[in-house]
Design a protein around this ligand. Sequence first.
Ligand code: B3K
Ligand code: ZN
Length: 873
Amino acid sequence: AQLVRLEDYRPSDFLIDRVELDVRLHPTMTKVTATLSMRPNPAGRSDVPLVLDGDEVNLKAIALDERVLEVGEFEASPQSLVISQPPQQPFRLTIETEIDPTANTKLMGLYRSSGNYCTQCEAEGFRRITYFLDRPDVLAVYTTRIEAERVEAPVLLGNGNPVESGAVEGTGRHYAIWHDPFPKPSYLFALVGGRLGRVAKPFTTMSGRKVEIAVYVEPGKEHRADYALDALERSMIWDEKVFGREYDLDVFNIVAVSDFNMGAMENKGLNIFNDKYVLASPETATDTDYANIEAIIAHEYFHNWSGNRVTCRDWFQLCLKEGLTVFRDQEFSSDERSRPVHRIAEVKTLRARQFLEDSSPLSHPVRPSQYREINNFYTATVYEKGAEIVRMLKTIIGDEDFRRGMDLYYESCDGTAATVEDFLKAFADVTGRDLSHFSHWYAQSGTPRVNVHGHYDEAAKTYRIDFKQQIPPTPGQPTKEPMVIPVVLGLVSQDGQPMQAACERVSTRGVFLLDKAEDSITFTGVSSRPVPSVFRGFSAPVKVSLDLSSEELLVLLRHDTDAFNRWQAAQTVAMRMLVSLSTGVAVRDEEMNSLASAFCSFMDRDALSDPAFAALVLTLPSEADIAQEIGKDVDPDAIHRARKEVRRHIGRACFEHLTDFYRTLAETEAYSPDAASAGRRALRNAALDLLTAADQQAGEKLASEQFETASNMTDRLASLGVLMTIPGMVRENAIGDFEQRYRNEPLVLDKWFTLQAAIPEDTTLDRVKRLMEHPAFSINNPNRVRSLIGSFAMLNQVQFNRKDGAGYALLASIVLRADELNPQLASRLLTAFSTWKMMESTRRSHARRALQSIAQKPNLSRDVGDIVNRSLE
Ligand code: B3K
Ligand code: ZN
C-alpha cells in the first residue's frame, strides 16, 4: 500500500463550499444524490484534473452545472472519480451513487446495526457514501435530506438543526431535512434512520441559548440512557465553566448502536455511540462502565470545540483533536470524581497501553510522519501520550496562561483546519516562550528513561539531585535529542515531614525543567538526609529509575503529600519483588515481610479514609506490567506464579484487616454509581481478591455468597471474577447461572466472555473455541469479538503466550477470518502481538511463525497488512 507522508502535504486543488445530499434509505440499494458547490482553490494548482475519492461506490449518473456528463468526460472506478477538465470558475457537480448498507460489514460509511441505518465516516468513510474530496481540510456547509420507509425508520436524524419533515405523498415513505450551518470536514458527517426510543431534556447555555439534548437507544431501554443524558448535561456545564466553551446548535443528539468499531464518534450535533458506552443500569453495568460512559460522553461532547469548530488540517495532526480532547475529558472526570484516584487510573492505562506500544515494533511519534493506513493510528500514543503533552504544557506554563492560550487557540483557529504548530503558537504568543524545543514531544517516539540520583552532603547541608535522560531507539529513529521534561518534585524527611529546602532551579510551583541529557540541581538548607519525591502527579510520561531503598519508598507510601507518589512507592517496592521472583532472583523473607507489614499498616491507618485510593494501593502490578518491566526473555508462567505468591503472602499477613474490610464495607444502601460508593465497592472487592489468594476455601465461600446475593453488577461480576481463579464445580455452576440470568443481555454476556477468556488454565483455549460457537457470539460484532478474543489475547498472559504456540495460532486464524469482514477490527486484534519480541525464545519463534502465516496470506486488508509488516520488522 501507498505510503502517505506529512512532508508531502499540499492544499486541495479544489474546494467544496456547500453540499446538498439526498439519501433514500433502502436495505440493499440506497440512492445518494450529492450536489457539490465547488471552485478551484486559490492556494492549489490550476489546470489540474479533479480527482474525487471513492470506496466501493457505484456511480449511477453525473452532471456538471446541470449538464449530464458523457462517458469520456469523466473516469469512474469504485475508488475514484476523475474529471479531466473541470471548470476554472465555481461549478456545481451532481453525483448519483448507489450503495448497499446491508452488505457493509466493515462498519465504515453507511451500514446497518440491528436493522437501523447509521454511519461512521472518520477517517475515510464518507467516500463509501459518495465520491468526495474526503480530506479534513475541505470544509463545507451540509444540508441533508433523508428519506425512508416510515415503518422501517420512523426516526431520521442528521447533523445540525432539523429544518423540515413530512410524508412522501402516496407512499409509505417519509423524509427529514437537516441543515448544519457550521462548515465541517466530511469525516464529521452522520445520519441515522431507525426505530429508536428517546430520553431528552432542555438545556440552557451560559448565554441563554435554548438547546434540546437527547439520547436515542433501542426501544425499551430508555431508562438505561438516563445516566448518559445526565453525564452530557454535566459535560456541557463543565466546558462552559472551565474552558468558556458553549454549545452552538439547537439540538444535540446521541444515538447508541450495537455494532460499532470503536467507542463513539463526535459527528457534529449527532454523536453516534457504541451502546456499551451509553446503556447503564445498576443490574447490568459496573462502576467502571459508569465511569467510562461519563468519560466518553464528555470526550465526544468536548470535541465540538476541540475537533469540530477547530479541526485538523490532515490526519497527521490527529493528536491535535484527540490528545487535547482526552486531556479535557480527564480533567472533567477528575473534577467530577477524585483527582488523585483518577490520575492513578490514567497513568495505569498509559503504562499498560502506551508505554507498551512505545516499546514495541509499532512505536510511533504522537504526530507520525508517515502512514499506510490511517485507521491504524488511532492509538494510545496519539490519544494518551497526546494528552500527556498537553498536561505537561499546562504544568510548565501554569494554569492561568494555559487557559489564556486555549482561549487564543480557539479564537484564532475557529472554523479552520489547524496544525500542531497553530496550537503551540497560541501558547507561545500568550507566554512569550519559545516552545520549539518542547515540540520534540510530538516528533520523537519512545518513552524517555530518567535516572535520578540523590547526594546528601551532611556538612554543607545540601542535597544534590543528578538527572540523566535517555530515549531508546525506535522504528525510523535511531538517535534522539533530549526532551523538555517537567519534573514536579519535593523533599520529605526520613520521618515523613515535608522539607522546606531552597533551590533556585525549582519554580514556585515546584517544577524543575530537565531539558538536557544530564543536569543537576542542589537544594540548600537541608537539615537531614531527605527522601526525594520526584515526578509528583506523574508530571511527565517517562520511566523513572530511582536509587531509593525499599525503606525510603515506604516512607513515601506512608507520608508523601502527593497521593500519586504514595501509590507509586508501593507499586515500585512490589514491582522490584515481583521482577526478582519472576526472574529467579532470590527474595529474602524479611523483604517479603516488610512489604506485607507496610501493606498491613497502610490498611490500619489510612485505607478507610479513602477506599478508592486504598483499592489501588492494594492492587499489585498486573502480569502484563511485570512482563513489560522485565522487558526481555519473558516467561509468563514464572510471572504468574510470582504474582500469586506475593498476593498470597500479603493476604496471609493482612488477613484480619481484609476480613474486617470485607465485613464493614458491605453495602447497606441502594446502589449509586458515585465515586465514593464505587470506591468502597472497589476496596471491598480488592479485599476479597487478596483474602482468596491467602485462603482459597474461605474466599470461595465468601465469593459464592456475594455472587448469589449481589444487588448490582459491580459486586456480582467481582465475585464471579474471584470464583474464576478457583477451578471446580462451584465456578462452573456460577458460570452457568450467570449465563441463564443474562441470556438476553448482550453487553452483560460480553463480561461473561471476558472472564472466561482470562482464566489462566490450559483448558481455556478450548473454552474460547467453544464460546465462539455460543449463540450470543458473532464474529461480525466488534463488542463480542473484543470481549472474547481481544480479552484472551490482551488479558490472558499465560494462555495467549502458551509455550506450545497454540494461543498465537488461534489469534492468527481469527484475525484472518475477521479481516475478510472487518479490517479495522482484525487489525486491532492483531496488535496483541506487539509484545512478541520480549518473550523468551520458544514463544518468540512461535509468534514469529504466526505473524508470518498472516503476512503470507494474499488479499490482506491494508489495515492488517500494515500492522503485520511493522510487527515483523
Ligand atoms: N474520533 C473518533 C475515532 C474515530 C476512529 C476512526 N478509525 C472517536 C473519538 O476519538 O472521539
Ligand atoms: Zn476523540
